[in-house]
Design a protein around this ligand. Sequence first.
Ligand code: NAD
Length: 355
Amino acid sequence: MKIAILPGDGIGHEIIAEAVKVLNALELDLELEYADVGGTAYDKHGHPLPEHTLNLALSADAVLFGAVGDWKYDKLERHLRPEQAILGLRKALGLYANFRPAICYKELVNASSLKPELVAGLDILLIRELTGDIYFGTPRGRRTAEDGHFPGTEEAFDTMRYSRPEIERIAHTAFQAAQKRSKRLTSVDKNNVLETSQLWKDVVVEVAKEYPDVELDHMLVDNAAMQLVKAPKKFDVVVTGNMFGDILSDEAAMLTGSIGMLPSASLNDKNQGLYEPSHGSAPDIAGQGIANPLATILSAAMMLRFSLNQEAAATRIEAAVQKVLEQGLRTVDIWSEGTTKVSTAEMGDAVVAAL
Ligand code: NAD
């Protein structure tokens, strides 16, 4: 099992080091190979996603990714910015399904901005289509308007677009994920206004016939945004398009209150995947040894489950994380009165000990 390890920038190196510690402690037959990505790669090789890094990612069973980005790269041309490395990897690997769990551990309920009773025990899996929709649809651009409300003035336009096969494959992914959980799936769209959403809903309903054991319901995206803060525990698996998923996954993540705890996975049809924490490179705390490594450690658990077929090892890691929280160990981002403040490395060591 070959894993490409791409630490990236900022806290990327610190959090990946702890995830690697945990992977090594499992004593599985893993081949770990490192490469530069993001701003670090731009500084050393002139490109955020050098060919060597891309080839390593393509040849690996999975990619474990830290984070990329730093304000100092903001003035670079767009195609050279660190964040372009993620888009390049998604495209090259065909990563069309993004899994974003939002789990609220009972020990951390007070980190949420919602009332504890609304979020305690929350466990949502949001599945976002990642390669289609308005972010990639063409034509797009800026031009002088020929018609509309203000002809003759500058306008900009994007194209929201989904094909049947794109919707079918993400729907299958979502139904299969739901089968492994509570067998409930909510499909989110905006079919009262958008043609793309009507096709989305029609196709999801057709695919549902192949999964009679899964209870499917549909929700408009505006209502979903509202229900997520009103009664989030009603949701189990949620599937939606790229733009709605972009927004709802951050909303769902914030219900848990602790960005340092949230893993993510992006998968292709061969179950190759890119696994990364949901947060960024946190340049404000990089190098201080205080970043929370648990999102990255939990991403490694998802990697073992989804790309490497090591369910038992994944469950062991998740149980170990649960145990260190029960022991009262906290990095500064999740610390509260009465708990023990630990560094990035101490947290990694504690997870290894709990394993
Ligand atoms: P961020 O997620 O890096 O940080 C937001 C806040 O959360 C900061 O205060 C940070 O200190 C804190 N934080 C984040 N992760 C943490 C952790 N593990 N432990 C403790 N605290 C943590 O978002 P940002 O500040 O908006 O962006 C910083 C850089 O990261 C930018 O260059 C941005 O483009 C990039 N970014 C990259 C990714 C990615 O690599 N997938 C995702 C988002 C942002």
